[in-house]
Write a new protein. Structure first.
Length: 258
């Protein structure tokens, strides 16, 4: 895929993977609209995209009204859209019984409903582009479901399924759908599960590394983008011998203090 001059909408751009993606994409010469809930942090991201053509949109994508407003902004600013990057997300970590249902609903809206709705809203603009692409940022937890990440995993499993189905549905219309699944990343969201990092033997990647392999996979035209790490092996084990994952997570839970 040719990125130079591409019109791209990136959600969740205030920090973490989103900020790193914005910087990496700017180096490729794209035109960006950055969306996030915190305007000050969005402006910080924009300032780091030196020399880039960058606009910001403050919006809470758990709200359907903000998603519609974002679509209107993209149409007014670009008139078409080459790439929609659904990166916005939130992590909630706790036993299911201890989670407030309002938090569950917000996570479902942000992680799953927002990408689905934005894909619907942006499709007319994507069809106007010669290389329309939807890139959904999922997680390794969308392949391997871990205890205490049950709702988060549900959203990412759903996003992966949506991506596969939508890719097949839109293939005849020339729209590509890409699913990326980074493993745990060194972002502010990681504070939500920092006490599980050691018991679950998690390896965390810096966001710059994650952004680099995602953009590389996008340029190469990959349908799915996974990090070159041990977790890829565990995905295979999950598919073939899920009982082994059950046994391992049971041992790991005994080392947790939830």
């Amino acid at each position: 895929m040719q990125l130079k001059g591409a019109k791209i909408l990136l959600t969740g751009a205030s920090s973490g993977i989103g900020r790193a993606l914005a910087i990496e994409l700017t180096r490729k010469g794209v035109d960006l609209i950055l969306c996030g809930r915190n305007l000050d942090r969005l402006k910080e991201t924009s300032a780091l995209c030196e020399g880039g053509n960058v606009q910001t949109f403050r919006g809470d994508l758990s709200l359907a009204t903000d998603r519609v407003s974002l679509a209107e902004c993209v149409e007014k600013s670009f008139g078409k859209l080459d790439v929609l990057i659904n990166n916005a997300g939130m992590v909630g970590v706790s036993p299911v019984a201890a989670q407030e249902f309002a938090d569950v609903e917000t996570m479902m809206q942000t992680n799953l409903m927002a990408p689905i709705h934005l894909s619907q809203l942006m499709l007319p603009l994507l069809l106007k582009a010669s290389q329309g692409t939807i890139l959904n940022i999922g997680s390794m937890f969308g392949d391997i479901a871990y205890p205490y990440f049950a709702v988060y995993s549900a959203t990412k499993f759903g996003l992966r399924g949506f991506s596969d189905a939508l890719r097949r549905e839109l293939a005849g219309q020339g729209i590509k759908v890409v699913y990326a699944a980074p493993r745990a990343t060194q972002t502010t969201s990681a504070k939500a599960f920092e006490k599980l990092i050691s018991p679950f033997d998690m390896a965390l990647d810096p966001p710059e590394k994650v952004a680099s392999f995602i953009v590389k996979g996008l340029v190469q035209g990959k349908k799915t983008i996974y990090p070159p790490s041990k977790e890829r092996f565990f995905v295979l084990v999950q598919k073939l011998l899920p009982g082994l994952i059950d046994q391992e997570t049971s041992k790991q839970m005994k080392r947790c203090d939830f």
